[in-house]
Structure formats: C-alpha cells, structure tokens
Design a binder for this molecule. Sequence first.
Ligand code: DGL
Length: 268
Amino acid sequence: MSNNAPIGMFDSGIGGLTIAKALMQRLPEESLCYLGDTAHMPYGDKSPERLKEYAVGITKRLMDLGCKAVVVACNSASSNALDEVRAEAGPEVPVIDVVRPVVDWATLHNPCGEFALIGTRATVQSGLYDRLFSAKGGKVTSLATPLLASAIEEGFHNGTISNAVVEAYFADGWAAEKDAMLLACTHYPLVKDEICAQLPSQVVVVDTPAIVSERAAKVLSECGARASVKTQPHRFEVTDWTQAFADGAAHILGTSVDLFEVPWSEIQ
Ligand code: DGL
C-alpha cells in the first residue's frame, strides 16, 4: 500500500475529531479519512455486539477507501471491538486504539499513581481499563458519565449546561484525592475546562489526543508507512448529515469542512 494513502479514523460523532486535530498537528504530511457514525450516536449506550457490528462495517468502508492504517478514535469501540477491527483490517494494516497508549503512558509516567477515569457506560462496563491498569500494577477508579457525550455532540460545551452536567458527576468529590484524571471518551476534551474547574489543581488531566497521536506516529514509522508530503485533502464522512456535526467539526478544527453523507445501508 502506498505511504500516501490516508489514515482512516472513526468515532460515533465529533469526539474523534479531538484525536484528528492532534494527528493533523503531529503528522501534518498525512491525509485523514474520518468517519463519524452519527446514525448510531451515542455509542456509549450500545451493547458490545452492536459496537462490534458498527466497527466492522466502518473498518470495511475505510479499507474500501484505501486507508493504510486505522485509528479507532473512540473509547467505546476501542474497549469493545478492537479485535474485530483488527480482523477486518487484516494483518498488513496497523490499528491504533485510544485505550492502550494512554494506559501505557499513565503507568510509565506515574507508576504509583491513583487514577480517576470518566467514560461512557460501554467503556466503563467493558472493564478494559481496570484489566490493563491492574496488569501493570496501577490503580484506576472509573465512573460512567453517560449524559456527557450526547450533550457535547449537540454543541453543549463551554456553557451552563455542560457545566451543570460535569458538576453533578463530580459533586461528591470522588476524584478529588486522585493524582490524575483520564478522559476515556474522545468527546470529553471539549469540556476539559469544565472538568478542571471541578478538580483540585493537583489532579492532572491527561492529554489523550497528544498521547494517541504520538503512538500513531511511532506505529507508522515502525511500519515504514509515513507519508513524506501531503498529497490529498482530508476527507470527512458521516452516516447521517447533522448540523451538530458540521458545527462541531468547525469548532474543533477551526475551519468548516466538506461533509459527505454515506448512509449506513451503503456501508453494511
Ligand atoms: N467518543 C466516543 C468514545 O470515546 C463515543 C461517545 C458516544 O457516542 O457515546 O467513547
């Protein structure tokens, strides 16, 4: 496969664009092909079986588009459907998830640390973070925060509604004694300021997009698959065209994007 082929990425909606933005900064010569599965948003409330079905369909689409790698820019899919994505992508195509790079980073940089984590129900209920942390002797306390991703997708960030939702999830002070906070949903960096406002200053909020983009750069380099110069524009697809996605993408990326709708019936 050509090194100039795009990197495929997906999430249920705009959340994965927080990873896309970091990738654009870290690897400006790479072209991205992003698929937001807005028809099935939110992923966090779906069963593992549904998440596997969606992830496999999207990976097939990304392979049809000739992507050279897949970044699963979604914690819910990374926690429940990574093996299926790898099987669909095949042995030649590197797959980067958003869970393992962060656990590796956290346990390397603060091996004795006590970590707090917020994520979707699908991510927290998978137990993957707990298993990976305990395999490395680390400790994590997780809370599912199911209202957040949908509120953010609808444009409720940096305002009174997102503030109130975040405040409610931290009201009993469960995270105040921890060393660091993991935002285990790619939508959550969009309410990072609100989250920081609820935590004492010693609780560091881990920068997942930067860590994942660094891992992607490393994996592509190891495979000899890095592009040397950008040859094609980024492509953005959704399974259901929504104004919320268009507005969210412009907010995150700082520029409006051409958004192509590819209905799920064409992906299956
Ligand atoms: N941004 C996704 C994640 O990281 C999905 C959120 C959702 O659709 O519920 O889990």
